[in-house]
Design a protein around this ligand. Structure first.
Ligand SMILES: [Fe+2]
Ligand SMILES: [Fe+2]
Length: 352
């Protein structure tokens, strides 16, 4: 049984095993699919379909910029990416990964193993017989969900922080990931696990900045809300650095997949001029998903009113050019809210 986005986005590919357990959900899915009709489905799937656009190679962060980042953020040794986390990110974007590959990564970590079994037996994934081992747990959860779950768990534990802004940044990361995944279902060339990973990681630079320079980041947030400037401009004014530079640098050090590296490096580049004819690539998908996430109100605190107004203006200008009118946006938002309610809790650590 599929979830409503199949209807919204016109792709039968999105078969989330988790949601099919609930008869109530499937009923509303059917009702919603009638409401939206096939016109919108065709439109969106046409816009998002296409072959993979050629990707230009990104220049690597120069040693001078790397040194500046190290000095400003006071980084002596950036946490080494544990092999297990690297493998999880790799699996997220590997369409050929098999169940065994996931079992191996999960089994190598006791905490993760316990968590995965617990999740498999949660109300969202329980399938009649309890999962007592990793293999059964992996089968219950399904590989699509595991891709997202693993990468989110790894990122979260890798970049733990108590900064007040962290929950907002994290919520934006997860919501952008989920919306990327929804939108990707109607492309022929972007796989959903990879789309989620690109959305999840796009603001990784902010996570590093609040971890290493938390007090200064408070000033960034104040500046954005009082001076009516962009986050990037505020970061540069306060840190002489921005989260794109930091994210790009860390994405190279941690060997993120190429599509994630591009999304991190380019998600604040201007929208392409010929957007209506543009064939989505990963970073444009991330820009669209991030915009929708902010339009929903996830990604900036409510007191940032001028920032909210700017995002609203951009939303009104850009989303119609992407073929996402108010009714379709409403459908995406409804679909997103259902997934977010379920997934945001799965991506929290046990102690949270
Ligand atoms: Fe960003
Ligand atoms: Fe963002």
């Amino acid at each position: 049984m599929g979830v409503p986005v199949i209807s919204i986005l016109g792709s039968p590919a999105f078969q989330s095993p988790s949601v099919g357990n609930s008869p109530a959900r499937s009923t509303s899915a059917g009702a919603r699919s009638k409401k939206w009709g096939s016109g919108a489905m065709g439109l969106l799937s046409g816009i998002f379909s296409g072959s993979t656009p050629a990707r230009t190679a990104l220049p690597r962060t120069s040693p001078a910029v790397a040194e500046r980042i190290n000095n400003i953020l006071g980084i002596r040794n950036l946490e080494a990416m544990p092999a297990q986390a690297a493998r999880a990110f790799q699996l997220a974007s590997d369409v050929n990964a098999r169940q065994d590959d996931f079992v191996k990564v999960i089994e190598s970590d006791e905490v993760l193993s316990a968590r995965v079994v617990k999740i498999a037996n949660s109300v969202y994934f329980f399938r009649g017989t309890p999962a007592h081992d990793i293999e059964k747990a992996v089968a219950n959860i399904g590989l699509d969900e595991l891709r997202c779950l693993l990468s989110a768990s790894m990122l979260r534990s890798l970049l733990a922080s108590r900064h007040a802004a962290r929950d907002i940044i994290w919520a934006n990361a997860v919501s952008t990931g989920i919306i990327c995944r929804l939108l990707s279902r109607s492309t022929k060339h972007i796989n959903p696990g990879e789309a989620f990973l690109c959305g999840l990681l796009h603001d990784v630079g902010k996570l590093i900045m609040i971890r290493k320079g938390g007090q200064l980041y408070d000033k960034v947030l104040t500046k954005v809300s009082t001076d009516d400037v962009s986050v990037i401009d505020a970061e540069e004014a306060v840190f002489e650095l921005n989260h794109v530079e930091v994210g790009k640098w860390v994405s190279e050090l941690w060997h993120f997949p190429e599509s994630a590296r591009h999304s991190i490096a380019l998600h604040h580049e201007p929208w392409p001029k010929n957007l209506d004819k543009f064939q989505f690539d990963h970073h444009t998908l991330v820009k669209a998903a991030d915009l929708i996430s902010h339009a929903i109100g996830i990604g900036h605190p409510p007191y940032m009113r001028s920032y909210g107004r700017r995002m609203d203006k951009e939303k009104q200008e850009i989303l119609p050019r992407l073929g996402i009118g108010p009714e379709l946006l409403d459908g995406i938002v409804t679909q997103f809210e259902r997934l977010y309610e379920k997934e945001a809790s799965l991506y929290q650590p046990e102690s949270h």
